[in-house]
Design a protein around this ligand. Structure first.
Ligand SMILES: [Cu+2]
Ligand SMILES: [Zn+2]
Length: 164
């Protein structure tokens, strides 16, 4: 591991390949898109932030005119995906700050024929902050401007964040 080429990025690659996530969210589609499934993993790092890896299958809009393939992804306040996600509440961190300054505002997914994989580093929250909350995927891209949630449309998939 140790050599002169080390950067945080190489540490993150090592973590993704060799470590266990500290928290996970198994994502399932709602009534409008029941085929969506996937897993979001949250890893501790030697730095202050969290490494997030998401792999999601069967996102909608494949070969559909006008679909950008981008889907907003957020952490919402409540870890309760029941009743087609009616009780997930606002974005984590929403009281007291504007979108997209919420700690739950994440990098969006980019679907390729319905498949999305992404990994990113995020210093806005700790593992303790996110346990018992939910990952939500929305139908539309996040415009990172409109209040309170980036005009990201309906909630199409949800996963409760738990210790792994
Ligand atoms: Cu959201
Ligand atoms: Zn937000």
């Amino acid at each position: 591991m140790a050599n002169s080429q080390m950067t945080p990025g190489s540490t993150f690659q090592y973590i993704l390949s060799n470590q266990m996530p500290s928290a996970v969210a198994w994502v399932r589609g709602g009534t409008a898109h029941p085929a969506i499934s996937g897993l979001v993993k949250f890893y501790q790092t030697p730095y202050q932030g969290i490494l997030v890896e998401a792999e999601i299958f069967n996102l909608p809009g494949v070969n559909q005119q006008g679909s950008t393939g981008f889907f907003a992804m957020h952490i919402h306040q409540n870890g309760n995906c029941a009743n087609n996600f009616a009780n997930v509440g606002p974005h984590m961190g929403a009281p007291g700050s504007m979108h997209p300054f919420h700690s739950g505002d994440l990098i969006p997914l980019l679907a390729n024929q319905g498949y999305a994989w992404t990994a990113f580093y995020d210093k806005r929250f700790t593992i303790r902050d996110i346990l018992g909350r939910s990952v939500i995927i929305h139908m539309n891209p996040d415009d990172f401007r409109t209040q309170p949630s980036g005009n990201s449309g309906s909630m199409i998939a949800c996963g409760e964040i738990r210790t792994s």
